[in-house]
Design a protein around this ligand. Structure first.
Ligand code: PRP
Length: 178
């Protein structure tokens, strides 16, 4: 990575342990129920792949692609759907899978959108959360790690579409984005 990363925040081993903890909690809570995992593209691709393989209960998978827009900034809270679910979630147990909750605005919009479709239940599982960046309060049932409000990349998370393929999560060096 040269000088692009300041340090490793979560190693592959840390992530594996975090995913295993999340999977055990989800398995326990949905024992005997069929669960639909809804991954939010693109960031959640790694979490979805690893979480789904760590679960023992039967699940199905679906994906949404959404994009913040409006003032040209991310996390404006104004969201449009680029790819909707293929599944009708009415009456289903739904778990939204995210890589990171930053301001919470994307998720807040997504949850109110999905709630209108009348799922039997709707919960959230995120690998990372930045408590200091929260702009809205969201009840998140499954959180892998609370992290500081720094620019993180890897394991699905990008800077300018790069770094998603890193197997660990690192802190981006400030000179890369400033
Ligand atoms: C990231 C991440 C969340 C959202 C969190 O997605 O995957 O969906 O931002 O930010 P928020 O809590 O401030 O709303 P992004 O829009 O960067 O797209 P990506 O998943 O394709 O990287």
């Amino acid at each position: 990575m040269g000088d692009k990363l300041e340090k490793v925040l979560l190693s592959e081993e840390d992530i594996r342990a975090g995913i295993a903890r999340l999977a055990a909690a989800v398995d326990a809570d949905y024992d005997g129920e069929e669960l639909l995992l809804v991954g939010v593209l693109n960031g959640a691709l790694m979490v979805m792949a690893d979480l789904s393989r760590a679960l023992h209960n039967p699940i199905t998978l679906d994906w949404m692609a959404i994009s913040s827009y409006g003032a040209g900034t991310k996390s404006s809270g104004v969201v449009r759907i680029l790819k909707d679910l293929d599944t009708d979630i009415k009456g289903k147990h739904v778990l939204v899978v995210e890589d990171i909750i930053d301001s919470g605005l994307t998720l807040s919009w997504l949850l109110s959108n999905l709630r209108q479709r009348q799922p039997a239940s709707l919960e959230v599982c995120t690998l990372l959360r930045k408590p200091d960046a929260a702009k809205v309060q969201i009840d998140v049932k499954y959180v892998g790690f609370d992290i500081p409000n720094d620019f993180v990349v890897g394991y699905g998370l990008d800077y300018d579409q790069r770094f998603r393929n890193l197997p660990f999560i690192g802190l981006l060096a400030p000179h890369v984005y400033s």
